[in-house]
Design a protein around this ligand. Structure first.
Ligand code: SF4
Ligand code: SF4
Length: 281
């Protein structure tokens, strides 16, 4: 009998963006050797990273120019990512960012070794505290870039190391951090996103205000905890009515269509004036 296979739209989106970024950056190295493929765009990894736009804001506003290595494309990408996040939360992290996807894929190996213990090896309290580290990284990166007008983060950025490790452009510190992230991903899902990524930290703040949010309907919830176990970011969805956790990456893995066994219990919901009024009471 034929069974209907579920189409994993998120996985398709992740693979697609990973391939696009890999093709653009590989073609950039080919272009530097004079053998670029004409039909494929070529740009440095910094030009296709929206975080480059964020760290350039100060210089752009005060001097009208970008910091070293950053490009107008980063600015345009930053604006698109920002508007999608203000409405739906960090969709970029859950559906687009090739480094987030890469960690997730490495994590599948870890899941094979540890089974259900995977991603629950860090005590909850420590996981929470370590989560604040990414805000320290964010403040440091924005400050250091503004005063130096250089892309200081590229020295440490494992995302750029992943897409430039075969070139002379790559920084050894970034490669060391990349190796650490790969090893950590075997135990914890998305360790870089959870504890260190400054862009994830910034986008995560939109969860506090996004109008389209993840909601759990307590009247139909059977408290099976499946949504909690599915959440890559260790959010206790089963204890929230409206997920406002800054770690949410809008991956939708906890929703009724993916994990929750009860239809229409955990869902991405549109803003409703009636619900807001009820909540305000
Ligand atoms: S947190 Fe950072 S590394 Fe993770 S998905 Fe978001 S931007 Fe990418
Ligand atoms: S709460 Fe749901 S949408 Fe948010 S990160 Fe967890 S599984 Fe993904």
């Amino acid at each position: 009998m034929l069974t209907k296979k579920k189409i994993n739209l998120r996985l398709i989106s992740q693979i697609l963006f990973f391939i696009i970024i890999a093709a653009i950056t590989v073609n950039h190295s080919l272009a530097e050797q004079g053998s670029a493929v004409e039909a494929v765009p070529s740009a440095s990894i910094h030009a296709v990273c929206p975080f480059g736009g964020v760290v350039s804001i100060y210089r752009f506003v005060t001097q009208g120019s970008f910091v070293q290595k950053v490009h107008e494309a980063s600015f345009s990408l930053m604006v698109i990512v920002f508007f999608s996040a203000v409405l739906f939360g960090p969709v970029f992290c859950g559906w687009v960012c090739p480094f987030g996807s890469f960690q997730e894929w490495v994590g599948k190996l870890g899941r094979r070794f540890f089974g259900r213990r995977y991603n629950s090896l860090v005590p909850r309290k420590a996981d929470r505290l370590l989560g604040y580290l990414r805000y320290l990284v964010l403040v440091w990166v924005v400050y250091a870039t503004a005063v130096s007008a250089k892309l200081v983060f590229s020295t440490y950025d494992p995302y750029s190391a992943l897409f430039t490790f075969w070139t002379s452009e790559v920084q050894l510190t970034a490669v060391a951090i990349l190796i650490l992230v790969i090893l950590a991903s075997l135990f914890v899902e998305r360790p870089w996103c959870k504890y260190a990524c400054p862009y994830g930290a910034l986008l995560g703040l939109t969860n506090l205000v996004r109008p389209f949010s993840i909601r759990r309907e307590p009247s139909t919830c059977i408290s099976c905890g499946k949504c909690d176990r599915t959440c890559p970011m260790n959010i206790k969805v089963s204890e929230s009515t409206n997920v406002r956790d800054t770690r949410c990456i809008s991956c939708m893995e906890c929703t009724s269509k993916s994990a929750c066994p009860v239809k229409e219990t955990v869902e991405l919901t549109a803003p409703s004036p009636r619900r807001s009024a009820n909540e305000a009471e």
